[in-house]
Design a protein around this ligand. Structure first.
Ligand code: NAP
Ligand code: ZN
Length: 348
């Protein structure tokens, strides 16, 4: 075991503050990573404040981790000391259920272990990337092929894969009109990735001042979702919509924009449910609502390689760990341009 500096929430009301955690000794299949950068996901905030009612305290969030390998176990050949490596939202799964066998560890039927707040299904708590280092089984360590700008690569480990996976699952590509709802951490990655896949991307926002940014990030059109007239111009026209909003909101105005048989996939995970959809809106067009959870390890590697090939990184605002509480407040005001990333050197 080694004592490691971290930032933790001690209870739902407490601000994030310095805390010491223990990391396990490096086992034969483990990779130890000194953390350089960690992205700030809205899930970190949901968890730190117990909004999903399952937080184990003390809670050290962070699942968009980029760092340098500083030690490897005897069985590890894919990583060596000095490599840049990534860790995303999971650090373990059962590895023998049907989902794990298909490389869909995020749907592990025995419950995957999250990078933080891991043992929702039992076991010891896990601590995430708001810390100096992490020890992870090699199966859950990702290879980083981006040559530089590593801080901006960190958000791919959650925001990137959470949007890439449903875009692939619903076969987004050229000739399709694809909506992205919400221009935050996930939304801005969805805009970049869906446009790189060749789709005609329409960004829906509640923040009219994000219009120019959305176009710069790759959207072909921007719709202010509170403007009924702008929304009406798109009725029955979308092949797919990816909804990334972190707060409960009416889904019907977006469902009405889907073509017959088209799908809106929800990835946002708000504290309380969305108002129920209008069933007539669904049945008269055989429209679908779906959900999607992060992505498996193989698909996360595929996404990282896709982004490296297409020159895609996140648009980030770098912060020292000491500013994390202010960053959370700005995230709640939709004032993120477009992902906070913690420079972990500030912890030392
Ligand atoms: P974020 O950076 O805070 O972005 C959320 C965006 O939603 C905001 O920037 C805002 O965009 C929009 N929004 C916020 N409040 C709204 C409201 N009341 N009505 C309409 N739009 C609103 O959050 P994030 O990190 O992208 O995460 C988004 C959600 O996905 C969170 O709930 C997070 O926990 C969840 N998540 C899920 C998965 C998964 O596997 N399914 C993985 C990671 C995260 P505009 O200003 O453009 O409107
Ligand atoms: Zn996340």
């Amino acid at each position: 075991m080694s004592t490691t500096l971290a930032y933790a929430a001690q209870n739902p009301q407490a601000p994030m503050a310095p805390f010491e955690i223990q990391r396990r000794a490096v086992g034969p299949d483990d990779v130890k990573i000194d953390i350089l950068y960690c992205g700030v996901c809205h899930s970190d905030l949901h968890t730190a404040r117990n909004e999903w009612k399952n937080t184990l305290y003390p809670s050290v969030p962070g699942h968009e981790i980029i760092g340098k390998v500083v030690a490897v176990g005897a069985n590890v050949s894919a990583f060596k000391v000095g490599d840049v490596a990534g860790v995303g939202c999971m650090v373990d799964s059962c590895s023998h259920c049907a989902s794990c066998a298909e490389g869909l560890e995020q749907y592990c039927e025995n419950g995957f272990t999250g990078t933080y707040n891991g043992p929702v299904f039992g076991g010891e708590n896990t601590h995430g990337g708001y810390s100096d280092n992490i020890v992870v089984d090699q199966k859950f360590v990702l290879r980083i092929r981006h040559a530089d700008n590593l801080a901006a690569v960190a958000p791919l480990l959650c925001a990137g894969i959470t949007t890439y996976s449903p875009l692939r699952q619903w076969k987004v590509g050229p000739g399709q009109k694809v909506g992205v709802v919400g221009l935050g951490g996930l939304g801005h990655m969805a805009v970049k990735i869906a446009s790189a896949m060749g789709a005609h991307v329409v960004l829906f926002t509640t923040s009219p001042n994000k219009r120019a940014d959305a176009l710069r990030l790759g959207a072909a059109e921007v719709v202010v979702s509170k403007n009924a007239e702008e929304m009406a111009a798109h009725v029955n026209s979308f092949d797919f919509i990816l909804n990334t909003v972190a707060a409960p909101h009416p889904l019907d105005p977006f469902l009405a924009l889907l073509k017959r048989d088209a799908t809106m996939t929800l990835v946002g995970a708000p504290e309380s449910p969305h108002p129920s959809p209008d069933v007539f809106g669904l049945i008269f067009k055989r429209r679908r609502i779906a959900g999607s959870l992060i992505g498996g390890i193989a698909e996360t590697q595929e996404m990282l390689d896709f982004c490296a090939e297409h020159g895609i990184v996140s648009d980030i605002e770098m912060i020292p760990i000491q500013s994390i509480n202010q960053a959370y407040e700005r995230m709640l005001r939709s004032d993120v341009k477009y992902r906070f990333v913690i420079d972990m050197a500030s912890l030392k």
